[in-house]
Design a protein around this ligand. Structure first.
Ligand code: FES
Length: 148
């Protein structure tokens, strides 16, 4: 049966196979970029931020938290923690002490550091709030389960 396969037919089949393989290989990271798995991949245990004075007023720290980082900000009205993944197209946001806002550099999205809400720009939703608390050892942690 293979003897009946012409060179042209073989090249056509090989071309289609290469196209499908290439498309699949390229589409997976693109889909993951636009539709990131959110905190389903967050660590089950709390993650250490540091001692209470680790982050000065008006400063921030980015903490690795599972697959995505968390932005911890000392707002002057307390510490706040948000997923650093923008709700628009999943770019990583950063803290801008000069403006007192959280900024997404990709499309100029701005978020309120007190509640993560959208101030301006294209993001459709607020940043995801991450639990932040003081442990029994007096250190600051993010994540983990809320005690009932
Ligand atoms: S990805 Fe953040 S504003 Fe577009």
């Amino acid at each position: 049966m293979a003897e009946n396969l012409t060179r042209r037919q073989f090249m056509k089949i090989a071309g289609w196979a290469a196209t499908v393989t290439g498309f699949t290989a390229l589409s997976i990271p693109v889909i993951a970029y636009f539709y990131p798995k959110d905190l389903a991949e967050a660590p089950s245990e709390p993650v250490l931020v540091g001692p209470p004075d680790e982050i000065g007023i008006g400063e921030s720290k980015t903490i690795p938290f599972g697959r995505y980082p968390v932005l911890v900000i000392n707002t002057g009205e307390g510490l706040r923690a948000y997923s650093a993944v923008c709700t628009h197209f999943a770019c990583l946001v950063n803290w801008e002490p000069d403006t007192g806002q959280i900024r997404c550099p990709c499309h100029e999205g701005y978020f309120d550091p007190l509640d993560g809400s959208v101030i301006s720009g294209p993001p459709p939703l607020p940043l995801e709030t991450i639990r932040i608390f003081t442990g029994e050892d007096g250190l600051i942690y993010i994540g983990g389960e809320e005690e009932a």
